[in-house]
Design a protein around this ligand. Structure first.
Ligand SMILES: [Zn+2]
Length: 87
């Protein structure tokens, strides 16, 4: 089964040759404070400025919810995994 060794050998080499995961490749990402999603700042559907800080949202609905009660979302975002609260 020499060919199998070849296949696996090639696959392994290929994976090792892959560049390490690079999350920040040119475009910045911000966390949507309402749903906890990471939003590409270039592709954000909506943005809002609060206390001089710009927030990015995945949907207009998230921005509206944030604009209504920004403090609620900024304070409640203490823990990672806010997506558990659902959309
Ligand atoms: Zn959202």
């Amino acid at each position: 089964m020499g060919w199998l060794d070849n296949v696996f050998g090639k696959k392994e080499a290929g994976e090792k040759a892959m560049p390490a995961a690079n999350p920040v490749a040119g475009s910045k990402q911000s966390k949507d404070p309402v749903c906890g999603m990471m939003v590409d700042e270039d592709k954000a559907v909506a943005t809002s400025t609060y206390h001089g800080q710009v927030y990015y949202f995945c949907a207009v609905g998230c921005k509206k919810a944030f604009d209504a009660e920004p403090a609620k979302y900024l304070r409640g975002g203490g823990h990672i995994g806010g997506a558990a609260h659902g959309h």
